[in-house]
Ligand binder design. Structure first.
Ligand SMILES: C[S@@+](CC[C@H](N)C(=O)[O-])C[C@H]1O[C@@H](n2cnc3c(N)ncnc32)[C@H](O)[C@@H]1O
Length: 284
């Protein structure tokens, strides 16, 4: 792990482990984004024998992919063992029998080369700040002629909360999400072709700032930056954050913006001359 990494990966993994049992209770937005990501498969004719849900969490995507492709083996990979336990617990009959649960890191996939005609991922790649390495691994496990489809978060996500904290103490309290304006370029540079990206801005409403922060914590999605403040927040500072955020209140509650980036791309069936993708992780 290099010291210049912004996210504390060990802390992040532990946060997702802790979040796993209660994740589904607060994951409305995640399910909505997964549905919108999965909808994009309506326009693609595929009958994959094997699909990968990268960052499977509690298995929402695995269940949907298993139902959509009744012949497919459904592989769910996640860095948090607890998430996979939940996914297995909730697996549906008819899909469980052809589901495989793999604990591993997107940056070093413990999976074979060229194995998956479809690599799906919803709201996971924003946790991989080294996007080129993650995409190189996806490329490696994606079958020639295969499709990668994912959603992730862009830098405007939770801007209201970031600004409220910045005004209160100038600290880094919100993760900086990857600048996904470059996601298409990164996919092209990896070797993928017919790249399509689009952005959706969603506003989610919360009863108050504390509720929003608790919800992020329950998702495992709270601040995992290395430079996060390590001390307890004095009540006066929290009040200052609340005061600033309250200025944005609408009849529905306090708004939180999520900038959702969708991308899909194909791995050419035959190697493209001159394209030599740089592999981020060692093949297993
Ligand atoms: C916001 S959740 C999304 C889960 C699921 N895809 C969904 O839509 O509900 C992000 C998931 O990515 C996993 N994750 C984060 N970083 C990862 C990495 N480097 N490799 C594999 N999984 C990772 C987390 O453990 C968590 O389950």
């Amino acid at each position: 792990m290099s010291p210049e990494e912004i996210l504390d990966r060990r802390w992040m993994r532990a946060a997702f482990e802790r979040a796993a049992p209660g994740y589904d209770r607060v994951a409305d937005l995640q399910r909505e984004v997964a549905d919108r990501t999965l909808e994009r498969l309506d326009f693609v004719r595929l009958d994959p024998p094997r699909v990968l849900d990268l960052g499977a969490g509690t298995g929402y995507g695995m269940r949907a992919l298993g139902a959509r492709y009744p012949r497919a083996e459904v592989h769910g990979l996640d860095i948090a063992q607890g998430m996979l336990r939940e996914a297995r617990r909730q697996a549906l009959p008819g899909i469980l029998e052809r589901s495989l649960y793999v604990c591993g890191d997107a940056l070093r996939l413990p999976l074979g080369n060229d194995a998956f005609p479809l690599v799906f991922s919803s709201l996971t790649l924003q946790w991989c700040e080294d996007l080129p390495s993650a995409l190189a691994e996806i490329w490696r496990v994606c079958a020639p002629g295969g499709l990668v489809l994912f959603s992730s978060l862009g830098p405007d996500t939770l801007g209201e909360l970031r600004d409220a904290w910045a005004g209160a103490d100038g600290g880094s309290h919100v993760n900086r999400f990857l600048d996904m304006h470059l996601v298409g370029d990164a996919l092209m540079a990896t070797g993928f072709r017919d790249v399509v990206t689009d952005v959706d801005r969603m506003t989610w409403f919360y009863p108050g700032v504390v509720g929003l922060m608790q919800s992020l914590k329950s998702l495992g999605a709270h601040n995992v930056r290395r430079d996060r403040p390590r001390h307890l927040t004095p009540p006066s500072r929290l009040e200052s954050v609340q005061r600033r955020y309250e200025a944005l209140r609408r009849p529905e509650g306090l708004p939180a913006t999520y900038e959702v980036v969708y991308a899909h791309a194909w791995k050419p069936a035959v190697p493209v001359p001159g394209v030599a993708p740089a592999f981020g992780g060692a093949p297993p």
